[in-house]
Structure formats: C-alpha cells, structure tokens
Unconditional design. Structure first.
Length: 81
C-alpha cells in the first residue's frame, strides 16, 4: 500500500519508491484508492489520478492539480516491463 506522507509527497504528487519500478520508465503501475486505511473512514480523495514516471521513480499525480493530502492511501499493482 502507498501512503502519501510529508516525506514522499509534493503538491499534487506522491512518489513511489519501489525496487520493481525504480529506474524503469516502462514499468506497469495500477492504483486504486483505499477509503479506510486505518479502520476508520477517512476523507475520500475524489481526484482523477494518473501514474507518471518522474526520473527515476514512478509517482501518482492528481490530474486536476489538486493537492495530494497527507495520509491518502492507495493499493498498487506493480511490475517491471
């Protein structure tokens, strides 16, 4: 699971540090939002997201430009090409 934190986010992006995808611009990454990562319903991030290769790591980006909130959580499916 990917969680947005002060250490891995900047503005509308959360960076994915994953040995499977780091350095691979053709890696495959799918994400789905996690509404309830702590067992208590959190704010749902309703932004449309995309996956972006930001050398040398992948990132999830809010396509609308909305800020990625600290604590937003995502399930990821990743593999390299």
């Amino acid at each position: 699971m990917q969680r947005s934190s002060p250490a891995n986010r900047s503005g509308d992006v959360t960076y994915i540090n994953n040995k499977t995808t780091n350095g691979d611009p053709n890696a495959f990454v799918m994400e789905t939002p996690v509404l309830d990562p702590n067992g208590s319903v959190s704010k749902y991030d309703d932004h449309v997201r995309g996956v972006w290769y930001n050398i040398p790591v992948m990132a999830l980006i809010n396509e609308s430009g909305g800020t990625m909130a600290t604590g937003d959580a995502f399930n990821l499916l990743v593999y390299n090409s």
